[in-house]
Design a protein around this ligand. Structure first.
Ligand code: NAP
Length: 349
């Protein structure tokens, strides 16, 4: 696509952990071009390179480094806004943009459980996009990306749900520092430490997968119905969330069949060959010391989920380990894939 034909996008919260990942991933994107960047009042009016605490190993793209950060007001020259806003302000700002005709794709928790807002993982519930027809945002739309740990977990659950049914689930997470935003990265509280609390996270993990795995029935989403118990911990890893999962299935099934279901899993983004889609959404590793954040988080552009250590469990049926990149698959990359799916379905013109 010619540069002039690319769809103009803005980044809300461009200075944050997720905002920086958007800027990095959208450099040279075939369909989208960043025309606007915004952040809080304290950053607005300043050049990006002079304000941002850039934490990524690749340099700030040239097209962005001199750009002036704007306020989060719906007067931007773009069609889509990707939001990496702090959840204390995201709710109202995102609604304001939608009401002014923008397509908002959000990473914040605020609108995720609204009944007319899709909580979208393109490989898992692409049909839930239909719910946007119920939105009354004056031409605009809000689509949300799930919580970063929810995405990895739910991608692993989707083939199990479809093939064998899920009775109940327990998950314990070990979540990376970059998931706590720039303020956590600037502190030293995580060094030589495990923090056994992440505000709001356990509730998100116990509810979001049920909406995502729910059925879209004519004009509403009917949530899946099984109990989830979650415990969430912050660990001293820069990127990549690891989750230890125990699951009880509705059907008795061999571990070989479960692994095959994961390995054969492909969906809409792969069939449509979307630019950010992983070739294989799920990679299963047989080595008993895998997956590891250091080795597997970047697999398939950081967009795939790695699974390993599937074995029988004395309390549930099976247990296994899931790993996914929290700021790519779990945030910016996942949101870009949502926009690509919407573009491919002519929901963005
Ligand atoms: P972050 O590093 O703290 O960044 C927050 C961003 O919000 C910054 O750009 C900040 O701008 C901006 N902001 C703060 N207050 C504002 C205000 N009053 N008006 C306008 N902008 C304001 O947080 P993050 O980790 O990137 O997370 C962003 C969102 O994504 C959160 O809702 C988070 O829960 C969610 N999320 C994060 C991850 C992850 O892995 N990090 C994954 C999934 C979802 P200034 O720099 O000017 O303050």
């Amino acid at each position: 696509m010619n540069t002039e034909l690319k769809i103009k996008v803005g980044i809300l919260g461009a200075t944050g952990s997720v905002g920086q990942k958007f800027i990095s991933l959208l450099e040279n994107h075939p369909w989208f071009e960043i025309t606007e960047i915004t952040a809080s009042e304290k950053s607005a009016g300043k050049k990006y390179k002079e304000t941002v605490n850039w934490v990524l190993s690749n340099p700030i793209p040239k097209s962005i480094s001199e750009k002036i950060i704007k306020k989060c007001k719906p007067n931007l020259d773009c069609k889509i806004v990707f939001s990496g806003l702090d959840s204390s302000v995201a709710g109202e700002i995102e609604k304001d943009f939608a009401q002014n005709g923008y397509i908002v794709i959000s990473n914040s928790r605020n609108h995720r459980m609204d009944k007319d807002v899709p909580l979208l993982i393109p490989e898992v519930n692409p049909d839930h996009l239909n719910i946007i027809n119920n939105q009354k945002y004056n031409g605009g739309v809000i689509v949300t990306n799930p919580n970063c740990s929810t995405i990895g977990l739910t991608m692993a659950l989707k083939p199990l749900m479809d093939n064998f049914g899920i009775e109940s689930l327990n998950v314990v997470t070990m979540q990376a520092i970059s998931g706590g935003g720039i303020s956590l990265m600037q502190s030293d509280s995580y060094i030589d430490n495990v923090i056994p609390f992440i505000s709001g996270e356990e509730d998100k993990m116990e509810t979001e997968p049920l909406k995502i795995l729910g059925n879209f029935n004519s004009d509403k989403i009917e949530n899946a119905d099984f109990p989830i118990s979650a415990q969430c911990n912050r660990v001293n890893v820069f990127d990549g969330h690891t989750e230890c999962v125990q699951v009880k299935l509705k059907k008795k099934v061999s571990s070989e069949k479960i692994i095959k279901a994961w390995q054969n899993f492909k969906a809409e983004p792969q069939f449509l060959d979307l630019p950010s889609a992983p070739v294989n959404p799920i990679h299963y590793f047989v080595d008993e010391n895998l997956p590891q954040p250091k080795l597997q988080k970047d697999i398939d552009k950081g967009m795939a989920v790695s699974i390993g250590r599937l074995r029988e469990d004395k309390l549930f049926d099976y247990k296994f380990v899931v790993l996914s990149h929290n700021t790519i698959r779990g945030a910016a990359g996942g949101s870009i894939l949502c926009a690509e799916l919407m573009y491919a379905q002519s929901l963005i013109k």
